[in-house]
Design a protein around this ligand. Sequence first.
Ligand code: UGA
Length: 450
Amino acid sequence: MIISIYGAGYVGLVSAACFAKLGHQVVCADVNEARVARLQLGECPIYETNLPELLNEQMQQGRLQFTCHLKEAIHASDVHFIATGTPALDNGQADLTQVFDVATSIARNIAKNALLVIKSTVPTGTSDALESHASDVLKQLNKPHHIEVASNPEFLREGCAVNDFMHAERIIIGGSESALNTLETLYDPLVAKGVPIIRMNRRSAELSKYASNVMLACKISFINQISRIAEALDANITEICQGMGMDHRIGPAFLNAGIGYGGSCFPKDVKALIHVTKSLKLNASLFDAIDDVNQQQKYWPIERLNEHFQNQLQDRVIGLWGLSFKPGTDDVREASSLVIINALLQAGAKLRVYDPVAVPHMKAQFSASTDITWCETANETLMISVDALVIATEWDEFKTFPLPTLAHQLQDAPLIDGRNCYSLSDVKRAGIAYYYSVGRTALRFSHVKE
Ligand code: UGA
């Protein structure tokens, strides 16, 4: 089958490469000419494990092409996947402009009936609205064709998206019987390997995506809220999570306390669900709380620094390890590090910052600031003595950094660990002077002059 995918962002590119790997002929279209030109040269424009290799492999095998001429893609294809962005508007509502623009182009250019599949995360009811929009465009143009819309939300995590596609825990498809049969055929190679495919109506499919993301965000905010209590009462959140996670009804995943969730999905999807719930005049207090707790939690390192330095952060030199919203990606959208950097700059501090891959993205946002030194290694941040070190992303190279060396480099400077990278016993053994971690008792050692 020939598939076209509109949008060469992270969902579009991963889906394009993976559908090609499943044996389909794929055309991936994007209006961004520079991005398409790079892709045509075999360059992968995003940092994603295994994706560059897969893109190259599939292009070489002739199953994957890129174009910025939507018409070309539209004419060639049997099934059209929309994977364009749905950014949040100021009121939290998802902006569907790009999704509708693609549908308009498809309606204008098709020469046969078409199946349009929405992969982008869209509010419930979008498939219905898109189908009637496409039908209006066809009517205005007196075209005899029919466009049907189906929903097939994605559940890919940045950093392991290729693996998530090829070894999905489930595939959700929503639409008419015939649309679902077509979609099921596309996923045949995965279904044959035992991946469950769940058929439902398209509104349920659309809402399943928000419900899944907001449930995960809820787990994170829940455990972060418990971590505040644990910290205040000298309990240990790591032990609590271990105890909770063994109950199979709760499970251990997404129970890592930290400095909040970021990225291009959870923050946007929680806000979009709040918007929808309120516009239905329903109670959104649970979703509001998930968002509020998360905003607050991003300030946890600033609270610890203010506590340690009695609100005197002016001219302090603060090291910062980790900028991306999570390890395995260079994406800094809604990252907790953004809140930390802004708050520290506002307080008059100087920063020495390092991330294994995300420095260029962050640097672009703070190019005017002279108070940030961008470092090339974790060690370089500590070459000049810092007043404190904050960890905002749990990259492996931080988790495996030799703690005795760190203790030596930090001297009396506190280590503010926003991602609980180390066990309390290892920190104690290494002799780190002050260690603040999320939901665990702060460690302050006697060898330090108080
Ligand atoms: C998320 C979902 O996990 C995917 O299933 C979904 O397809 C995707 O959004 C999407 O809608 O496109 P992603 O944003 O890549 O994927 O990142 P996650 O791995 O889910 O992490 C999100 C945030 O939660 C990160 O900032 C991470 O640090 C934080 N997190 C995660 C915690 O603070 N604690 C945890 O226990 C787990």
